[in-house]
Design a protein around this ligand. Structure first.
Ligand SMILES: C[S@@+](CC[C@H](N)C(=O)[O-])C[C@H]1O[C@@H](n2cnc3c(N)ncnc32)[C@H](O)[C@@H]1O
Length: 283
């Protein structure tokens, strides 16, 4: 009996491989290196919603409903986020990274600050980064040319992200002083202040892509709570890409439960192991 069950599982695994290949070939979305548990759970939910019973039937469903590829990508990527999601990390970035960064910029006579939120979900993270910088720099902000690049997989509506409109429940955890300073009430909602919105540049970018370096010379990259969905090999590939996008010095910030791979750890200096802040020190 046990043997039969494991046979069925093996067969399902094989069909799932074919399904993920098909999705990659037909849509470019590459979930082949995602953790299998996440894929089967999320796909299972989507199949329930569509009334499809087997992976094979779901492949037929994709053929007859091409718009389903977007839904599939949307279901497989978990977009839970919040403003200043990990307050300790933001506190430590403000305390450790920004002063060091400004000092080295001053030495180089460089006035550009380039940040990247890789896997930005609904924009809470890049807007938090912009608010953190605005709050830190105060009047001095006008001396700098600040760009916060914010990317996510293709299924997000960029215009919605750029509008910077959030519901009352989205901004619930924000300290009142930040809400009052950096947001404007918009009916029942809140709108991120225009000067903050202008610092953030949203674009679609799939981190699994094998195409060239997306953004070189980044001073600081946040890639939080994204790698946890990837298998080890994909984590390594993505981390290598992020590392190559960093300037020297450049700072990499990961999610609370994420760590760089051993190979990458050797190349980075750890600034705060709890806040998951790492520094690229070598060219
Ligand atoms: C749990 S959210 C984390 C959001 C934010 N970084 C944070 O920590 O609150 C994970 C994000 O990673 C994005 N993501 C997953 N796979 C991706 C990929 N291959 N390329 C780019 N973004 C991806 C998802 O769409 C989602 O927005």
């Amino acid at each position: 009996m046990l043997k039969m069950e494991s046979k069925v599982t093996e067969h399902q695994e094989a069909v799932l491989d074919v399904l993920l290949e098909k999705v990659y070939r037909d849509s470019g979305y590459d979930f082949r290196g995602y953790r299998r548990g996440t894929v089967t759970r999320r796909l299972g939910r989507r199949m329930l919603t569509t009334g499809v019973k087997t992976y094979l039937d779901y492949m037929h469903f994709l053929d007859s409903h091409p718009e389903e590829y977007e839904r599939f990508a949307d279901y497989l990527t978990i977009k839970v986020s919040s403003f200043f999601r990990s307050p300790y990390t933001f506190k430590q970035v403000a305390a450790l990274v920004i002063p060091q960064l400004l000092q080295s910029k001053k030495k180089q006579g460089d006035h550009c600050l380039k940040f990247w939120s890789a896997g930005c979900a609904h924009g809470e993270e890049p807007y938090s980064m912009a608010i953190m910088l605005a709050d830190f720099l105060g009047e001095e902000r006008s001396h700098y040319d600040i760009a916060i690049y914010a990317s996510d997989i293709g299924s997000l509506d960029l215009n919605k992200l750029r509008s910077g409109i959030y519901s009352a429940s989205d901004v619930e955890g924000l300290p009142r002083s930040l809400l009052d300073t950096y947001f404007l009430p918009e009916g029942d909602d809140y709108e991120v202040r225009e000067d903050i919105r202008q610092m953030v540049r949203f674009f679609h970018f799939d981190l699994t892509s094998t195409l060239g370096q997306p953004l070189p010379g980044m001073d600081c990259i946040f890639c939080c709570n994204v790698l946890i969905y990837f298998q080890r090999q994909l984590q390594e590939r993505v981390l290598e890409k992020l590392y190559n996008s960093l300037a020297v010095p450049g700072y990499l910030v990961l999610g609370e439960v994420e760590t760089p791979t051993t190979t990458l750890l050797e190349k980075l200096e750890c600034l705060d192991s709890k806040a998951k802040i790492y520094k690229r020190v070598r060219t």
